[in-house]
Design a binder for this molecule. Structure first.
Ligand code: PLP
Length: 461
């Protein structure tokens, strides 16, 4: 990854320009970069991240966004439409996760900025709710496979995070470990539906029973699968229940900016009980600037994102989501079949739309190295080394899964031939920290600085 992308074609902006440039020039420059970058995933060879991949849909959402992009959803007297969009997004999400089955409390929700936003808000709510019943040193228990957003949220809010091991074969959480590590300071358990790494679903019903026995919360992380797995269930795929029909589930995160096919920057967080949601509100009623409150951690928020998210949901409807889900599950099944056809490769656990595979015969990163050469972009995992593929709509285009099968067969031959060598690629989340090692602290700061600081007038030494 270059520190100065596009420096050979466009000027590097190191200071605020004295004079502005014509809009047409700027738009042409943006379009050049966007088109080239889109070409990368339009092939269908990129794991995850581009969930819809349909430019007509993106144009439609951009139009909806554009009508409200300049509006601050915090100023509700000026934009009652935001109240409509946000309320209806939450209502539709509660419907998807069967809030109607809750009879002993009042379900509620909120719209956040993304998966990490939803998880952090949930962690804050559990901490505050716990404090109200006298918990002073809160802890949360997550499976090792649950997303780093839980570690981030616990770090930010001073919550101890207890990390439960997972079964190496099923990749789902070790329930005995969880049960043995709950104490009087535990405020919540976590289960994923599904986890990012393996696409597997933790035993949510069993975790729910544990939560009920101890009178604590259970957060189901459906950030990735939340807007896809329910439709997989409707289509008859073998996906266990993980929503509010499962006793003990108290919160669910589900990202609209993933398989909700909305623009980047929104997620839904649903609560079985409104009191839990309300526990994370922040008020400052005696500020000289006026009485202040906002529904979550953000202050000003884009009404455009609310409008676009709402537009995506009502345009697709259940039928649209189900149709897309069918194609994604079918493409994933074909790709998993291709992996299974090679005895040298091993799928991890019982995956859903997302799968990971390793090899007991060679370092599976040799497969990744070869597939990169054919234009594939997977994510790399560790402990064990594995190649990760989250199937999205771009893989449902004609011919993509066949190409995967052909390229994979060649990759296995390559991996066997190069088994004695060290592979070039390694474990990377999201393609940012290439080459990151265990002694990460300084290295991470360097990588982040490379992204943010290099263009300055006096670049950092
Ligand atoms: C299972 C899971 N949870 C949470 C997240 C975090 O979501 P975000 O990157 O939108 O913050 C992800 C992201 O991929 C995820 O896969």
């Amino acid at each position: 990854m270059s520190d100065y992308p596009y420096q050979d074609r466009f000027p590097v902006q190191r200071t605020l320009p004295e004079h502005g440039r014509p809009r047409a020039d700027i738009l042409a420059e943006l379009a050049t970069m966007a088109k080239e970058e889109d070409a990368f995933w339009e092939t269908g060879k990129c794991s995850g991240t581009m969930y819809c991949g349909d430019h007509d849909h993106y144009d439609f959402l951009t139009e909806a966004f554009g009508l409200y992009a300049h509006v601050n959803a915090l100023q509700r007297d000026m934009c009652p439409s935001s109240t409509r969009f946000e309320g209806e997004i939450i209502a539709m999400a509660l419907d998807l996760f069967h809030a109607e089955s809750v009879t002993d409390s009042e379900p509620a929700g909120m719209v956040t900025s993304g998966g990490t936003g939803s998880i952090c808000h949930a962690m804050l709510a559990y901490r505050e709710h716990g404090a109200a019943r006298g918990v002073t040193r809160p802890n949360v228990i997550k499976p090792e496979t649950a997303h780093p957003a839980f570690d981030k949220g616990c770090h930010l809010f001073g919550i101890e995070l207890r990390v439960a091991p997972v079964d190496p074969v099923t990749t789902t959480v070790d329930l005995d470990w969880v049960a043995a590590n709950i104490d009087d300071q535990t405020v919540a358990l976590v289960g994923s539906a599904c986890n990012y790494g393996y696409g597997t679903v933790d035993p949510i019903a069993d975790l729910g029973q544990l939560a009920l026995q101890h009178g604590i919360g259970l957060h189901v992380d459906g950030c990735l699968g939340g807007w896809l797995l329910p439709f997989g269930q409707e289509l008859g795929y073998d996906i266990p229940l993980f929503d509010f029909r499962v006793p003990g589930v108290t919160t669910i995160s589900a990202d609209t900016h993933k398989y909700g096919y909305a623009l980047k920057g929104t997620s839904t967080l649903l609560f079985r009980d409104k009191a839990l949601r309300n526990s994370q509100y922040f008020f400052l009623t005696d500020w000289s600037g006026g009485k202040y409150t906002s529904p979550g951690m953000d202050g000003s928020r884009s009404a455009g994102l609310l409008a676009a998210t709402w537009a995506s949901m009502v345009q697709l409807g259940r039928e649209g989501y189900r149709g897309y889900a069918k194609a994604v599950f079918e493409a994933s099944a074909r790709m998993q079949e291709a992996v299974r056809s090679h005895p040298e490769l091993r799928l991890l656990g019982s995956p859903t739309f997302l799968f990971s595979f390793t090899s007991d015969e060679f370092d599976v990163y040799h497969v990744n190295d070869f597939m990169r050469g054919r234009g594939w972009r997977f994510n790399g995992q560790q402990y064990p080394n594995a190649v990760h593929m989250a199937v999205t709509r771009p893989q449902t285009q004609p011919g993509v899964t066949d190409e995967f099968a052909t390229d994979l067969a060649d990759a296995v031959v390559y991996a066997k031939e190069h088994a004695a060598e060290t592979p070039k690629s390694g474990a990377i989340y999201g393609g940012v920290a290439g080459g990151m090692t265990d002694e990460a602290d300084e290295f991470i700061k360097m990588v982040m600085a490379d992204m943010l600081d290099k263009q300055q007038a006096v670049p950092p030494a």
